[in-house]
Ligand binder design. Structure first.
Ligand SMILES: Cc1ncc(COP(=O)(O)O)c(C=O)c1O
Length: 379
């Protein structure tokens, strides 16, 4: 037997719940993927570039046309210019970007601040690099961050803080006030930041996404990560990007080139052309807000209580008062007996903190959401 590098890591909760959903023919609102079609225009653009012969290795950092348009989009939306030559790299989805970014920034014995409940791919990569995650808990049920708590756990070994807004799994967003607090927290330190912004275009109620790019004192020390899989309803394509100041990006690319080297070529060309029409991503808040509202309108009279989602495509429902069961047990029972799969929030806490809350993905057709809501109302 080999000695495991990640002895306590098992199959992710998304795989577990999705498999259970398949076995029991349940509606799957557990994993975060859309059940509606990708734009036919985008698909025909990929075909176009494949037929044109764009099927060989792309440059290591991604094709220039795509990096250029990401640079323009970032400047327009967040008022900061990143040099496409030296500060933007195309990645095989946000997962690879996160893996590479964490590997770039975390060394043996470094401490990394992770805000929980947290997306599950941060902690294993911190550990793989010999780092130690230290946790700040967002406050259930409104999931705000007490930045004083983060301040208290900073030591001389703290090398990195990972933030995520709009947030998976809570749907919480960071506002301008949070960014000011974060600025104060890292001021005068050598702490780097990874800002996971994969849901940057899925934000509701007329809020503006507070990208780190908008804050010069933060941007100078931050790797920002985004995902076209999330933005264009194509999670299976695994394509995203990282943007960071040149000194950080130089180190990121050293690892990136030996992780994937480069990312599939025809999709890069297709996205570069597709992104010219900014409506394709600017329409997303309205698109997803109407799905959120459709879903909550139909579950509002159920016995679940709704925790408002300010962004992302996840809706939290609290079931205190329905049963005393642990969230994992309840999620499994809902899948097996009621044919509806969700994700228990304890899975996003290192200590399995159970707030009796489940996460439901509403990136689904109205028909699917309607069926799911009916089940929830029957409980
Ligand atoms: C917060 C967050 N970051 C990163 C990812 C990974 O994105 P990708 O599918 O592009 O690897 C996800 C996917 O669920 C996510 O929710």
């Amino acid at each position: 037997m080999i000695r495991s590098k990640l002895p306590n890591i098992n199959a992710s909760i998304f795989s577990v719940m999705s498999q259970l959903a398949n076995e029991h023919k349940a509606i799957n609102l557990s994993q975060g993927f859309p059940d509606f079609a990708v734009s036919p225009k985008l698909i025909s653009l990929i075909t176009k570039y494949m037929k044109k012969g764009e099927n060989q290795y792309a440059p290591m950092q991604g094709i220039m046309e795509l990096r250029q348009i990401i640079s323009e989009k970032t400047e327009k939306l967040y008022n900061r210019k990143y040099n496409p030559e030296t500060e933007i790299t195309i990645t095989a989805g946000a997962t690879q970007a996160l893996h590479t970014a964490i590997s770039t920034l975390v060394k043996e014995d470094d401490e990394v601040i992770v805000i929980e409940p947290a997306y599950d791919s941060y902690v294993p990569v911190i550990k793989l690099n010999g780092g130690r995650p230290v946790f700040v808990q967002m406050k259930h049920p409104n999931y705000s961050i007490d930045w004083n708590e983060a301040k208290k756990i900073i030591t001389s070994r703290t090398s990195l803080i990972i933030i995520n807004s709009p947030q998976n799994p809570t749907g919480a967003t960071l506002g301008a006030k949070d960014m000011e607090e974060l600025e104060k927290l890292v001021k005068g330190s050598k702490i780097s930041i990874i800002s996971d912004e994969v849901y940057e275009h899925i934000i509701f109620d007329d809020q503006k996404h507070e990208s780190v790019a908008k804050y010069p004192n933060l941007a100078e020390r931050t790797m920002i990560i985004s995902s076209f899989g999330k933005t264009f309803h194509a999670t299976g394509w695994k394509i995203g990007y990282c943007i960071a100041p040149e000194s950080l990006m130089k180190e990121f690319r050293k690892i990136h080139q030996f992780t994937v080297f480069s990312v599939n070529t025809p999709i890069q060309y297709a996205l570069a052309e597709y992104l010219k029409n900014e409506e394709e991503y600017l329409k997303l808040p309205e698109f997803y807000q109407s799905k959120r509202d459709f879903f909550i309108e139909r579950v509002k009279d159920s016995r679940f209580s709704i925790i408002p989602a300010k962004g992302s495509y996840f809706q939290l429902l609290n079931y205190t008062g329905i049963t005393e069961e642990k969230d994992f047990d309840f999620a499994v029972r809902l899948t097996k007996e009621k044919k509806l799969a969700s994700v228990p929030i304890s899975a996003f806490h290192h200590n399995k903190l159970d707030t009796k809350t489940l996460r439901f993905c509403f990136a689904k057709s109205e028909k699917t959401l309607e069926q799911a809501a009916k089940i929830l109302c029957s409980i």
